[in-house]
Design a protein around this ligand. Structure first.
Ligand code: NAP
Length: 333
């Protein structure tokens, strides 16, 4: 049997328990060329909230009654003559929030479990890590000496953004919620400074901690934080719009930045990015990140919860911030 989290209802505002239904369904027989994957971990990402909305986006919205969309990693446990895979292969793709997947293997990639633990392949070596790698370098166009500000700085994307900027010789200030996370990014990850947006006034803190302004603002949060950061741009700054988690559960329209004319004054650019646009170069990025990790320059932290039945409660940690690092759910029993 296959425990699956089924998407039942489009939420308005926060995601409540009735948005999902946990079902236990039979695993279909494999047809010729198909494999059966037992999933070990699924990735929990803020983007999930956007996929629930019936609005135009960079990928189609989820259909009601479909398995909840999610990145995942697991192992091939049966193979009905698919030449590309062997039993025991560790594989990753968009397997959804379920324990088993029957597939012809299209879109599934093998990874080497001896090089990194499985959760890391859906975190730093997976989609969030790729977002950080390409976002800060290709869109943020960082160069040595830049002052880089990053929001959501203790999270899956932000923590990697800040560390890559440090590797590239930038000064890095992170914005995160709470003293523990701020201490973590400074003391463990080597950020130069941190702003606790939960206890500090963001405008006052930016004035104090970014007195010369910022060359790059990498934004994961939007809203008030984006607006405040726009007031600190240096000449020819780059603002990377990666996400706006503070706005995802809004019941009305999202808050736009009123300080946008600072882009004009400083001749700066603000550019959105979608990680999938860089898919052809993921392997190059993962290789480089692996080297940095081996050299001790890049740290990765995964926060793993257990039990597919705890999906909704675990998902909500993305929005409460009650988690440390990349949020992952273990679904194998
Ligand atoms: P994450 O940081 O691991 O988790 C979300 C974090 O957001 C929470 O831990 C919380 O941290 C913070 N947060 C939640 N509500 C907030 C609020 N109202 N104000 C300020 N901070 C808030 O998530 P992630 O995977 O790294 O994703 C970060 C952002 O990148 C999201 O916006 C996501 O949608 C975006 N993203 C975009 C792409 C792309 O291709 N464009 C790809 C991946 C991710 P604190 O405890 O610090 O508040």
């Amino acid at each position: 049997m296959n425990k699956q989290v089924i998407f039942k209802k489009r939420p308005i505002g926060n995601v409540e328990a009735d948005v999902f239904e946990l079902q236990n369904n039979a695993i279909p027989e494999l047809e010729e060329g198909e494999i059966l994957i037992q999933q070990h971990y699924v990735s929990l990402d803020p983007a999930m909230r956007g996929w629930m909305n019936d609005t135009k986006s960079y990928i189609p919205p989820m259909a009601i009654d479909s398995v909840m969309r999610a990145g995942s990693i697991g192992k091939v446990i049966q193979n009905n003559n698919n030449p590309k895979f062997e039993i025991g292969d560790c594989v990753t793709s968009w397997g959804g929030v379920q324990q088993y997947v029957v597939t012809n293997g299209d879109g599934w990639y093998k990874v080497d479990e001896r090089l990194a633990p499985m959760p890391m392949y859906i975190g730093t070596l997976g989609m969030p890590g790729m977002t950080a790698y390409f976002g800060i370098q290709e869109v943020g166009k960082i160069k040595e000496g830049d002052i880089v500000l990053v929001s959501g700085a203790a999270g899956a994307v932000g923590s990697i953004v800040g560390q890559i900027a440090k590797i590239k010789g930038c000064t890095v200030i992170g914005i995160a919620g709470g003293k523990e996370k701020c201490d973590y990014i400074k003391n463990e990850l080597g950020f130069d400074d941190a702003i606790d947006y939960k206890s500090e006034n963001i405008y006052t803190a930016l004035k104090k901690k970014c007195p010369k302004g910022v060359d790059v603002f990498f934004d994961n949060v939007g809203g008030l934080i984006l607006n405040a950061a726009l007031s600190k741009l240096r000449m020819h700054a780059r603002v990377v719009i990666c996400g706006a988690i503070s706005q995802y559960n809004n019941k009305s329209k999202i808050d736009g930045p009123s300080n946008y004319l600072s882009l004009l004054v400083t001749r700066s650019t603000m550019q959105g990015m979608v990680v999938m646009d860089y898919a052809k170069d993921y392997a190059i990025a993962a290789k480089q990140m692996g080297v940095w990790m081996k050299e001790g320059k890049l740290k990765s932290r995964e926060d793993v919860y257990e039990g597919i039945e705890n999906f909704q409660e675990t998902y909500n940690r993305l929005f409460s911030g009650d988690k440390n690092g990349k949020l992952v759910l273990k679904v194998i029993e």
